[in-house]
Design a protein around this ligand. Sequence first.
Ligand SMILES: Cc1cc2nc3c(=O)[nH]c(=O)nc-3n(C[C@H](O)[C@H](O)[C@H](O)COP(=O)(O)O)c2cc1C
Length: 208
Amino acid sequence: MSPVKPVVYVVYYSMYGHIQRMAHEVMKGLQSTGKVDAHLFQVKETLSDEVLGLMKAPAKASDVPVLHPKDMVNADAFLFGIPTRYGNQPAQVRAFWDQTGGLWAQGALRNKMAGMFFSTGSQHGGQETTAFTFLTTMAHHGMIYVPIGFGHKALSDNTEVVGGSAYGSGTVANGDGSRLPTEKELSIAEFQGSSFADVVAQFHNGKK
Ligand SMILES: Cc1cc2nc3c(=O)[nH]c(=O)nc-3n(C[C@H](O)[C@H](O)[C@H](O)COP(=O)(O)O)c2cc1C
């Protein structure tokens, strides 16, 4: 009988599509290993249609289900996609976590692995702080944070703007959202998915 693969949820919020694009690349990396059962989710929007219209936000992907926080118990590990807001998480992501008090009280997320990827408007707008400010949430839940270090050579490439850091893959969207994830950024995102799958599978198999 083939072993049960650990379940990985990729959970993102994306207002303008950059994180969504990165999430698909992370998924590709996870699936390429054949070691995990990967699923893609988004967090619930909390802004009204009127405000989203004023912000010129396109419609959300209709083929990506919204994850209810209580369903996090069904996964062994998570990769979270986060577009920065003032170097921190968007309110939509905070609203998601603010519903996890019950899970926290039960220790339901303890020892589940997690990593993150991010997007900023400008090069120095929060590529590292967005990840860093997310660590407290993971620590309080007792989750095991998995960074990517400098495992992908493009992270050390200074010939052009390359999003991402030791904390995870990333993209730089420009203030008006006109910059799309580059080949190098997408390659780092795929690398994050595949290396995360390796670590999660190793941990999962070691527990058995
Ligand atoms: C209210 C607000 C605050 C933002 N704060 C920052 C910021 O501190 N630094 C930055 O580089 N970009 C900032 N941005 C730009 C977003 O990070 C950018 O739109 C996002 O990364 C694009 O990802 P998405 O297409 O997945 O939504 C902000 C955007 C909004 C709407």
